[in-house]
Write a protein that binds this ligand. Structure first.
Ligand code: SF4
Ligand code: MG
Length: 284
C-alpha cells in the first residue's frame, strides 16, 4: 500500500504542503485503502499539484472547481474514497460558493484545504484568509478587508465534520485526515500550511506560539456545536484538532431515493427496444 509515486514535488523547500502530502499518504494506508480505492481531485494553486504526487487516481481540475468534480465522482462511484484538495484562494475565494454548498449538501467526500493565507502560485498576493494589515504587492498599505474564518463559516452552514491542523504536527494531521475519511458525509479539514516564500507573518514559529490544540483539553467535546463555536471565537479560529463532528447526520447519497450502491459503471443500463421507445414517447 504505497501511495508514493515517482514524481518529485516542485514546491519550495520547507513548504507546508509537503507535510500534507505525507499525512495524506499515511492516512490512506492507515485506514486500509489501496491506491485503486482513492481519487484525488485538486484545484489550481501550488497546492493543486498534490493530485499528481500521489499513487492513486488524480484529477487536476480548474480553479475553484475541485468540489463539483469530486462530488460528481463520488455519486458516480460510491466505492471510491474521494478527496478534494486545494488552497485557501481556491476554496475560500473563487470556489467559496461550491465550498458552502458542498458542506450543506453533505456528499461523503473529504476536502483538505492547504491554507497558507496568501496566493503562492501567483507570487504573493493577499488572499481572503490574510489577516487585516497583511502587506503584499496587491495590498502595499496592508489589507483593509476582514479575513474569512472558514471553521466558523462551516459550522454555520451545517457541516458534519470540521477539523483543523498544521503542517508541523504530522501526527495530528494524519489523524484528522483518517477521521475525515472515516466520517460518513462531507468532511472539511483546514490545514495551516505555511508558505515559506511569500508569507513571512504566519510562519511555523508563529503557529507554534498561537495555536491552541483541542486534543490537550480533556473537557472538549466535538459533538457540542456551541462549544465548538465558542472555542473558535475565543481563539480567533486558531485551534487544531477535531472541532466538530455530527455522527447522526446522513450523507447525501443515503437520502436519494433508489440510489444504487453499485457504481454506474457496473450497472446494467442497456435498454430493450420497447423500453427505449417508451422512454422516447414519454419525452415527446
Ligand atoms: Fe509553497 Fe509558497 Fe513555495 Fe507555493 S510559493 S510552493 S505555497 S512555499
Ligand atoms: Mg494560498
Amino acid at each position: 500500500k504505497d501511495f508514493r509515486n515517482k514524481v518529485k514535488p516542485n514546491w519550495c523547500p520547507g513548504c507546508g504542503d509537503f507535510s500534507v502530502l505525507a499525512a495524506m499518504q499515511r492516512a490512506f494506508a492507515n485506514v486500509g485503502l489501496e491506491p485503486h480505492d482513492v481519487a484525488i481531485v485538486s484545484g489550481i494553486g501550488c497546492s493543486g499539484r498534490i493530485s499528481g504526487y500521489v499513487n492513486a487516481y488524480g484529477f487536476h481540475g480548474v480553479h475553484g472547481r475541485a468540489l463539483p468534480i469530486a462530488q460528481g465522482l463520488k455519486l458516480a462511484n460510491r466505492g471510491l474514497t474521494v478527496i478534494a484538495a486545494g488552497g485557501d484562494g481556491d476554496g475560500f475565494a473563487i470556489g467559496m460558493a461550491h465550498t458552502i454548498h458542498a458542506i450543506r449538501r453533505n456528499v461523503d467526500i473529504t476536502y483538505i484545504v492547504m491554507d497558507n493565507q496568501v496566493y503562492g502560485l501567483t507570487k504573493g498576493q493577499t488572499s481572503p484568509r490574510s489577516e487585516m494589515g497583511f502587506k503584499t504587492k496587491s495590498t502595499p498599505h496592508g489589507s483593509i478587508e476582514a479575513a474569512i474564518n472558514p471553521m466558523e463559516m462551516a459550522l454555520t452552514v451545517g457541516a458534519g465534520f470540521v477539523a483543523q491542523s498544521v503542517s508541523s504536527d504530522l501526527k495530528q494531521l494524519t489523524h484528522v485526515i483518517e477521521e475525515g475519511i472515516k466520517h460518513k458525509g462531507f468532511s472539511l479539514i483546514n490545514v495551516y500550511s505555511p508558505c515559506v516564500t511569500y508569507n513571512k507573518i504566519n510562519t511555523y514559529d508563529w503557529f507554534k506560539e498561537h495555536l491552541v490544540n483541542l486534543d490537550d483539553d480533556p473537557n472538549y467535546d466535538p459533538a457540542d456545536r456551541s462549544m465548538a463555536m465558542q472555542k473558535l471565537m475565543e481563539n480567533n479560529g486558531l485551534v487544531t484538532g477535531i472541532i466538530y463532528q455530527n455522527k447522526e447526520r446522513k450523507p447525501y447519497e443515503d437520502m436519494i431515493k433508489g440510489f444504487k450502491e453499485t457504481p454506474l459503471s457496473k450497472q446494467d443500463i442497456m435498454l430493450t427496444r420497447e423500453q427505449f421507445d417508451k422512454l422516447v414517447a414519454e419525452f415527446a
